[in-house]
Design a protein. Structure first.
Length: 731
C-alpha cells in the first residue's frame, strides 16, 4: 500500500485474471475488458519495434524498426541533410581514416557529405556509434544463443534521431498521456571493461542501456564567445551558404542608400548620393546574440566612427550558455553492477536558476547477471508544472522488470526535447536522439578545430557509458500501457510454451557432379567440371518453430568471400527436399581448385543466423594415357584416350595391348616424364622412345578451357604381339 500512497493513485481495482485462476492483479487499469492471457502480443499502441531475430531489423551497422509499427502522426516529406559532415564526423555517421586523410579531403567530407531518408520512410534507424579520432572503440557482435540471435555489446551501442525538422518526425516529442519503452536484455556483470571504451574513461557511467535527448552539446558554441578563427572551418559554409563561424549573421548585397548615408569615407548624404554604389550589409537573425556588424555604429558614436577611422572594434556578443541546451533535454536509464535500475536527468532548479541532476535508483538485485529480462519504462504525464521555465507538465517514471513494478520516480518536470539554440544547419542529427545499449558520447570523440570548447562537458561526464551484455528486443509505445498489457506481453515473450529444449532443424547437404566419369567422384573432379547439383534434406524438429526459408552460398578456393546464390528460397514450414543446379561463369575464367557449398536454414527461432551445413568439391588436373590408332593432332584426340588419372600420382602403368602401335601420355605442364621401363621386356629402359610433342602443347580441361600440357608419344614400327606394361615415372 505504501507504493500506492506515495504515487497518488486515486482508486484501486481488483481484477481476476482468467488466464491463471490464482493470479490477483492490483491495478489502476481502466480497460476492464482486457485479460492478459499472453496468447497474442499487444501492439495496438506500438510505434516502434526492433527484434534482432528478424532479418529486416538488422543491417550491417544499423538496427531498423519494422514497418507496420508507426506513429499515426509520423511525417516524412523527404530528408536530405546536406550539412551532416559538420556533426556526423563525431559519431560515425560520416567515416574516414584520420591517419591518411589530408586537410583538403577532410574539408570535402565535411562540406560534401549528405544523409538522405526517402520520402514516406517512417522507420527508426539506429546506427552503430563509432568515431574517427581512433581514441575510442565501440565493439559489438551478433551471437547465437541456442537459436536466439542476440546483440552482444562490449563497448558499442546504437543511436539515431527521430526528428530533424517540421518535415521529418517519426516519434512524438510531447505525448498526450504516456510514452513507454521496452528493452529485453541480459546483463553481463562479469564482462571485462576494454581499454579505450567509454566505460574505461567513465566507469561510473557503465550500464546505460537507453538514452533520450540531444546526443551532444553545440560543438560550435565557443565561436560566439571567441574572436579566434580556426584551421579547418575557416571559410566553410553550409549548403545554404551560411557561414559556420558566425552563422547567426546573414550577409546581403544591397543598394539601399539609407544604409550608406554618413557611414562611408565620403560621408554620403541625400544631396551627394550618386546612386551607383552597392555594399554588403550584415544583419542578425538570432535574438540571442548581438551582430558583429560594424556599419551599425558608424557615425552613431560620440567620436563619429567611419570606415576610415574605425579601429579596435570589439564584438559585443552575448555569451552562448551551452548548458541551457541540455535542461530537460537529456535522460538516461542505467543498470548498476549491483543490479539496481534507475535514471539520470538534466533538470532546472527554480530556486537557484541553475542546472542540476536528478538521479534515482531502485533497490539492488532487481536484475541478476546473465538472466534475460524485460525492462519496461513508462513516462506517465499529469498535472501542470509549477516551475514552467522549460516544461509545462510533470511526469513520473514507472519501471517494470519482468512485468513487476519495481520503481516509481518522484514527480519530475516534463522532458522538453528540442533543437539546440543555433541554426539547424549546424546541428543536423544532434537533437531528438535515442540511444539503445548506451548513453551518449557528447563531444568526447569530436573532430574539431584548434580552438575548441572546454572539455569534458556535461553530457560526456554524465552519460558517456554503455551497457555490457546482450539485447534482443526494443519497443516503443504511445498511449496507456497499463499493467495488464505489460503482463500480457511478458507472458507472450517469456511463456513456458516456448520450448526450452529447442532443437534446430535437421539439415543434410550433398552434392552431385554432372557429366563425370571414373575416377572422378562427386567431391573430387577434373579441373573445370564445376557443374553441380546441390541437394539438401531439411526436417523441422521443434513444433511451432516453423522453417521460414533457406539460403545457398559458395566459396571459391580458400578465399573467405561468401557468394550468395539467388536470394532466399522458400520451403514448406515442415521442411522438405531441395535440388538446385549451379554453375558460375567466373569458374571458367579463374583457376578453381576448390568450391565449398553452404546451406543456411532459418526458422521462427533463428531468423538472423540459421543452421548451417557445408560440403566441398575439390578439382585437379587429369593425366590422360593409352594406345591410339593414329597420330594425335589436338585436344580431342588426347581426351579420347582410354585411361585417365588425377594429377596426384608419380607412377602410371600403360597397357599397350596388341592392336595399336602408338602410345600417348599427356601430363599437366608442372610435371614431365622422368623414366619409362617396359616391365614385360625385363624392365628395359625405353624412356628415350617417348618423344615430347612440339605440335600439341595444350588440351581442354573439363570446362573446355585450354590448359598447358606436356604430351609424349611412342611409335613402334609394328604392333606388339602381346600386351606390354610400360611403367612411367613422372615428377
Amino acid at each position: 500500500m505504501a507504493i500506492i500512497k506515495n504515487n497518488n493513485h486515486n482508486y484501486i481495482k481488483l481484477i481476476v485474471s482468467k488466464s491463471e485462476y490464482y493470479d490477483l492483479i492490483l491495478s489502476d487499469n481502466n480497460d476492464d475488458s482486457f485479460t492478459p492471457t499472453g496468447n497474442d502480443l499487444y501492439t495496438d499502441l506500438c510505434i516502434g519495434y526492433i527484434d534482432t531475430n528478424i532479418p529486416d531489423c538488422v543491417d550491417t551497422d544499423k538496427l531498423i524498426s519494422l514497418t507496420g509499427y508507426t506513429w499515426s502522426e509520423a511525417i516524412n516529406n523527404g530528408v536530405e541533410l546536406g550539412n551532416i559532415g559538420y556533426t556526423g564526423i563525431d559519431n560515425g555517421l560520416v567515416k574516414f581514416d584520420i591517419d591518411t586523410i589530408t586537410d583538403d579531403e577532410l574539408k570535402n567530407i565535411i562540406t560534401g557529405s549528405t544523409l538522405t531518408i526517402l520520402t514516406g520512410d517512417t522507420k527508426l534507424y539506429l546506427n552503430a556509434v563509432s568515431g574517427n579520432t581512433k581514441n575510442y572503440i565501440y565493439p559489438y557482435e551478433y551471437v547465437d544463443n541456442n537459436g536466439n540471435i542476440e546483440l552482444k555489446l562490449t563497448g558499442g551501442f546504437f543511436q539515431g534521431f527521430f526528428k530533424s525538422s517540421d518535415n521529418y518526425q517519426i516519434l512524438p516529442v510531447s505525448p498526450e498521456k504516456e510514452l513507454s519503452f521496452e528493452v529485453q536484455l541480459k546483463p553481463n556483470f562479469n564482462e571485462t571493461v576494454l581499454n579505450n571504451t567509454l566505460n574505461y574513461t567513465y566507469p561510473n557511467n557503465k550500464g546505460y542501456f537507453l538514452y533520450l535527448g540531444t546526443r551532444a552539446e553545440n560543438k560550435f558554441s565557443y565561436l560566439y564567445n571567441s574572436t579566434g578563427e580556426t584551421a579547418i572551418y575557416t571559410g566553410l559554409t553550409t549548403n545554404d551558404n551560411i557561414g559556420i563561424i558566425y552563422d547567426n549573421v546573414t550577409k546581403v548585397e544591397t543598394d539601399n542608400k539609407y544604409l550608406f548615408f554618413n557611414r562611408t569615407p565620403n560621408g554620403y548624404m541625400v544631396t551627394t548620393w550618386s546612386g551607383d554604389t552597392t555594399m554588403d550589409y550584415f544583419y542578425n537573425e538570432e535574438n540571442n546574440y548581438q551582430s558583429p556588424n560594424k556599419y551599425l555604429s558608424f557615425n552613431r558614436t560620440t567620436t563619429g566612427n567611419t570606415v576610415t577611422n574605425q579601429t579596435g572594434y570589439t564584438e559585443n556578443d552575448v555569451e552562448y550558455i551551452v548548458n541551457d541546451d541540455l535542461i530537460n533535454n537529456a535522460i538516461g536509464f542505467r543498470i548498476t553492477d549491483d543490479g539496481a535500475i534507475g535514471y539520470k536527468m538534466i533538470n532546472y532548479s527554480c530556486e537557484t536558476n541553475d542546472v542540476w541532476f536528478e538521479e534515482e535508483y531502485s533497490e539492488d538485485n532487481v536484475v541478476l547477471h546473465d538472466n534475460l529480462y524485460s525492462i519496461f519504462i513508462r513516462f506517465i504525464l499529469n498535472e501542470t508544472n509549477d516551475c514552467p521555465n522549460y516544461s509545462n507538465r510533470k511526469f513520473k517514471i514507472n519501471i517494470y522488470v519482468n512485468s513487476k513494478l519495481i520503481f516509481v520516480s518522484k514527480e519530475l518536470p516534463e522532458l522538453f526535447l528540442r533543437n539546440l539554440n543555433d541554426k539547424l544547419e549546424k546541428q543536423e542529427s544532434v537533437p531528438y536522439n535515442i540511444s539503445l545499449g548506451g548513453g551518449t558520447q557528447g563531444l568526447i570523440d569530436m573532430i574539431n578545430i584548434t580552438t575548441e570548447p572546454t572539455l569534458p562537458m556535461l553530457l560526456e561526464q554524465n552519460f558517456a557509458g554503455t551497457f555490457l551484455g546482450n539485447i534482443t528486443k526494443f519497443r516503443i509505445f504511445n498511449g496507456k500501457m497499463d499493467y495488464s498489457k505489460i503482463l500480457n506481453n511478458y507472458k507472450h515473450d517469456f511463456s513456458e510454451s516456448t520450448p526450452s529444449d529447442y532443437i534446430e532443424p535437421e539439415v543434410t547437404l550433398w552434392l552431385e557432379g554432372l557429366n563425370i566419369t571414373s575416377p572422378e567422384t562427386n567431391y573430387l573432379r577434373e579441373d573445370g567440371k564445376t557443374y553441380s547439383l546441390i541437394n539438401a534434406s531439411i526436417v523441422l524438429r521443434t513444433p511451432y518453430q516453423d522453417i521460414t526459408g533457406y539460403k545457398l552460398f559458395y566459396y571459391k578456393n580458400d578465399d573467405p568471400t561468401q557468394y550468395q546464390i539467388n536470394g532466399t528460397f522458400s520451403i514448406a514450414p515442415s521442411g522438405g527436399t531441395i535440388q538446385y543446379i549451379h554453375d558460375d561463369l567466373s569458374f571458367y575464367s579463374e583457376e578453381i581448385f576448390k568450391i565449398k557449398y553452404l546451406i543456411e536454414v532459418f526458422d521462427l527461432k533463428r531468423q538472423i543466423i540459421g543452421n548451417k551445413k557445408n560440403n566441398t568439391v575439390n578439382f585437379k588436373d587429369m593425366i590422360f594415357y593409352g594406345d591410339i590408332s593414329y597420330a594425335p593432332t589436338g585436344s580431342t584426340d588426347i581426351r579420347t584416350l582410354t585411361n585417365k588419372e588425377f594429377n596426384n600420382v608419380n607412377t602410371i602403368t600403360l597397357n599397350t595391348g596388341n592392336v595399336n602401335r602408338r602410345f600417348v601420355i599427356a601430363i599437366p605442364n608442372d610435371k614431365e616424364i622422368l623414366n619409362v621401363n617396359d616391365e614385360t621386356a625385363m624392365y628395359a629402359n625405353i624412356t628415350n622412345y617417348y618423344i615430347k610433342s612440339n605440335t600439341i602443347t595444350q588440351i581442354e580441361n573439363g570446362g573446355n578451357v585450354l590448359k598447358d600440357y606436356n604430351i609424349y608419344i611412342m611409335t613402334n614400327a609394328i604392333k606388339y604381339s602381346n600386351n606390354h606394361k610400360h611403367v612411367i615415372t613422372i615428377g
